[in-house]
Ligand binder design. Sequence first.
Ligand code: GRF
Length: 215
Amino acid sequence: MARRVAVLISGRGSNMVSLVEAASGPGFPARIALVLSNRPDAAGLERARAAGIATAVIDHTQHPTRERFEQAMDALLVEHGIEFICLAGFMRVLTDWFVERWTGRMINIHPSLLPLFRGVNTHRRALEEGVLIHGCTVHFVVPELDAGPIIAQAAVPVVPGDTEESLAARILVQEHRLYPQALRMICDGTARLENGRVVFSNDWDAGGALRSPSP
Ligand code: GRF
């Protein structure tokens, strides 16, 4: 039975679209049952509707506290029978309460090779540091920001003349490949969180968890 997944967004939702497309393929162990945004104007909402996916908005500015905002989200997720959450450009920091409620069932995609460059402006910082390999990471969400156990990573080269935009675009291509693979892995049991570590099953395949495309 396909797992019921919610994708949480705040913006354009290109990763959400890649998850929706992957999940609509035959045999995928998840289906996107809900796209939830904290911003009514998130462009991704329209893209989700166009794909026939149920959408909802819980506007954080309409809730007096972070806790109340999260309680409203949690209630909606439960109402929709959601089993796993994918954060995809969701720009609200989550409280320990929410994170702990969804431990092992909530994943995020981050545009760097963690543990390098947690937080924002990852491409700018990668260029400033002069790294030659950069990338993206899918990880389980833990209370500490961008610090969760790693499920899958993809690497890209940094090439002379790169700008934040060119690097972001090169990485986004990999994000769109990596995130569906990671979702598949947690939904079919290939990767699971155990005592704060990711445990991979015997049929773990490097091709699913690591991507290192040639320049
Ligand atoms: C992506 O770069 C993702 O890694 C980061 O936020 C961005 C979201 O882009 N967490 P999109 O909304 O999925 O297009």
